[in-house]
Design a protein around this ligand. Structure first.
Ligand SMILES: NC(=O)C1=CN([C@@H]2O[C@H](COP(=O)(O)OP(=O)(O)OC[C@H]3O[C@@H](n4cnc5c(N)ncnc54)[C@H](O)[C@@H]3O)[C@@H](O)[C@H]2O)C=CC1
Ligand SMILES: O=C(O)C(=O)Cc1ccc(O)cc1
Length: 354
């Protein structure tokens, strides 16, 4: 069996590279940190993601630089080392095409893509547990060696992720749908807030926060990602444009038409197909809303009371605007636990709504 012994060289010590470094270092794997910006490599070293100076040749190189530069760095690392080389880019066709223009033998290269991240960039946003429970795509190409694929699988598992293998082209079609289109939709929705009066913005609740969170991602990085996946994205954007036209026509009629309901109902059907946490199939959860006074210790009391009802809280959201005397906690539980949870919380004086 191919073992991940290290050292692992990480080229690009931003959010993703430094998070991989932290995850591997916690397992005792020796990590070498390299970045075009020496300050970033130093920061990554200071927070414990590895070391800038490692004398031993790497077993594996992970290229975690923006997509436009991945191909050249992969080719350079293949030529300079005997290591297996992977990358973490959000698109997989472009790095492969770019690298194949620069070097002949790509058997030690296999692309990969951790499906976890954040709207933040740079080493200081990194976390050792970023990939725990996440999916990590591995995209072998025609000449990737079995050893390369096996070692990259070990890397993903060492970072706490579960792996999915798929061809390069399938990967790019899939992420156009589940990552790149949602990013563009989030940016478009958030863009309408730029000129909004603050009297409108003060009514913001969790819905607009959910929809706009990823819009805060680095525009430079996302320009590279969506440009590299333009053909897969174009079809989806045309579909959205047609749907938007239908919505405009329906709204223009000024009547509560079937057309509008059909668009909204299709959204419900799509949303329930998104797999739940840890890549498990989506299970229907029920949300229970609890009003919580803005005082120290209230969350701890709520969780203790919820635990006593026997309900396992599968997920939760907290909505609290500064200055308001109370917040709203949304507890997601399995349908079978709801009655008991509501009964116990109500008995103990919580204001609960389903
Ligand atoms: N941001 C996210 O949530 C996710 C990003 N990715 C992919 O991971 C890669 C890295 O993204 P982030 O860590 O978010 O970006 P980042 O901006 O936080 O880090 C990128 C790092 O690469 C360095 N760099 C740029 N060109 C370089 C070169 N030629 N040689 C050495 N270092 C170089 C930069 O100085 C920077 O430190 C990208 O390809 C992205 O598509 C994958 C999954 C999630
Ligand atoms: O912030 C989030 O929820 C993300 O989904 C982050 C992300 C960004 C880019 C990727 O290629 C993969 C994951």
């Amino acid at each position: 069996m191919t073992e991940l012994r290290g050292p692992v060289r990480i080229v690009g010590t931003g959010l993703i590279g430094t998070s991989i470094g932290l995850a591997l270092t916690r397992l005792g794997v020796v990590v070498e940190l390299v970045d075009a910006n020496p300050d970033y490599a130093l920061m990554a070293e200071r927070i414990g993601a590895g070391s800038r100076l490692v004398q031993i040749e790497p077993q594996l190189v992970v290229v975690a630089v923006p997509p436009d530069h991945v191909g050249e760095v992969v080719a350079e690392q293949l030529e300079r080392t005997d290591a297996i080389v992977t990358d973490a880019a959000s698109v997989k066709s472009k790095p492969l095409t770019d690298a194949s223009r620069l070097t002949k033998d790509l058997s030690r290269y296999v692309g990969s893509h951790p499906m976890a991240g954040s709207e933040r960039s740079g080493p200081l946003a990194a976390r050792a547990d970023l990939f725990d429970g996440a999916t990590w795509a591995i995209t072998p190409h025609e000449t990737s060696s079995a050893d390369a694929v096996a070692l990259v699988r070990r890397l993903a598992e060492a970072c706490g992720a579960r792996t999915v293998e798929l061809p390069v082209e399938d990967h790019d079609l899939a992420v156009a749908r589940v990552s790149h289109l949602p990013q563009l939709m989030s940016s478009l929705a958030a863009g309408t807030l730029v000129d909004a009066p603050s009297s409108h913005l003060q009514l913001s609740g969790q819905g607009v926060r959910d929809v706009t969170r990823i819009a805060a991602g680095d525009p430079g990085l996302w320009t590279q990602i969506v440009s590299a996946n333009s053909s897969a994205l174009t079809g989806l954007l045309e579909q959205i444009r047609d749907e938007l036209d239908r919505v405009l026509v329906a709204l223009g009629k000024g009547e509560s038409g079937d057309e509008l309901t059909a668009v909204l109902a299709r959204g419900v059907s799509g949303a329930v197909r998104v797999p739940g946490k840890h890549g498990t199939p989506h299970i229907d959860l029920v949300s229970v809303l609890v009003t919580i006074p803005d005082r120290p210790g209230q969350l701890a009391r709520l969780f203790a009371d919820a635990a006593e009802s026997g309900a396992n809280v599968e997920d939760l959201r907290i909505d609290h605007s500064p200055g308001r005397p109370a917040g709203e906690v949304e507890l997601d539980v399995k349908p079978g636990s709801v009655d008991q949870l509501v009964e116990v919380l109500t008995e103990r004086g919580w204001v609960v709504h389903r």
